[in-house]
Design a protein around this ligand. Sequence first.
Ligand SMILES: NC(=O)c1ccc[n+]([C@@H]2O[C@H](COP(=O)([O-])OP(=O)(O)OC[C@H]3O[C@@H](n4cnc5c(N)ncnc54)[C@H](OP(=O)(O)O)[C@@H]3O)[C@@H](O)[C@H]2O)c1
Length: 289
Amino acid sequence: MYTILVTGASGFVGSRFIRRWESEYHILAPSHSELDITSDISVEHFFAVHRPSVVLHLAAISNTWYCEQHPDESRTVNVEGAVRVARAAASCGAKFVFFSSDQIYNGNLQTGPLCEDVAVAPETVYARDKLLAEQLIANVCPDAVMLRATWMYDADISGLPLHANFVSNISRAIHEHKSIFFPVREYRGITWVREVVEYLPHTFLLPAGVYNFGAQNRLNTYETACCYIEMMDCGRACDTIVAADAERFTEHERNIAISNEKVFQASGGYICFSDTVDGLRFFLASQKQ
Ligand SMILES: NC(=O)c1ccc[n+]([C@@H]2O[C@H](COP(=O)([O-])OP(=O)(O)OC[C@H]3O[C@@H](n4cnc5c(N)ncnc54)[C@H](OP(=O)(O)O)[C@@H]3O)[C@@H](O)[C@H]2O)c1
């Protein structure tokens, strides 16, 4: 049985991973103060005592706007912290699974689902730091699996943290009788976190490398929102809830829509994400049960 160290266990993904899998795996879930990834002493001590067989590295500053305002902190946590944990994992022979981001593609100009081997030139602090972390981790921990996750969503589940996400933003707009803008010049996968969590144990078996990890989506974000609201059937016309934002990404379209073919093939077809619209449909069905 694996002993899985989850860093960032109190976060959005970590808390859901633990709730789903704690009865099936031995999970170590230290708090930020019990394992501070910015401290050599903290990381060395934790690994010396616990010697996990898998490290699921979720600890990060995940707020992209905050990273833009605090680039030093972003570098310290999202790059140096991640590399420190990867090095410790390698030195005790643990499989290291790192959460990267589809934001790495945010400087790309081409359209169409993007594969992992496309040339990238990220435009934001968060994205540049995720890319740098991937590169440095590959050096210190050659067996690492690095997952470029998309924007994730979930319902408000009692006892679990939630940050603003695609479905919660729409629910709030409906509840407050407001309308909400979504960009028409943005293409991205949006993934139900439940699918991510379900597939994560299988990533421990993947060959080393970078994998896009989430839903494919051929719609722009505004179209995705319209589609979701129609499926919700909430009694309000779609155009009274969502509005098209044509002002964002005028310099170039933001196309961070991924291809998830590589992880599908590498997992022998096991890791098979629903596309964004199907995922939203399954999510809505689960909420009605
Ligand atoms: N959520 C998304 O839609 C999304 C999309 C793409 C990629 N990702 C990536 O997926 C991973 C998980 O995201 P998430 O949404 O679960 O993040 P989150 O909810 O913001 O959680 C981040 C976790 O990291 C911990 N942390 C921060 N600094 C730390 C430090 N110095 N030492 C130890 N722990 C520290 C936090 O603990 P405290 O709160 O106690 O500080 C928290 O448990 C991140 O790498 C994120 O960049 C997320």
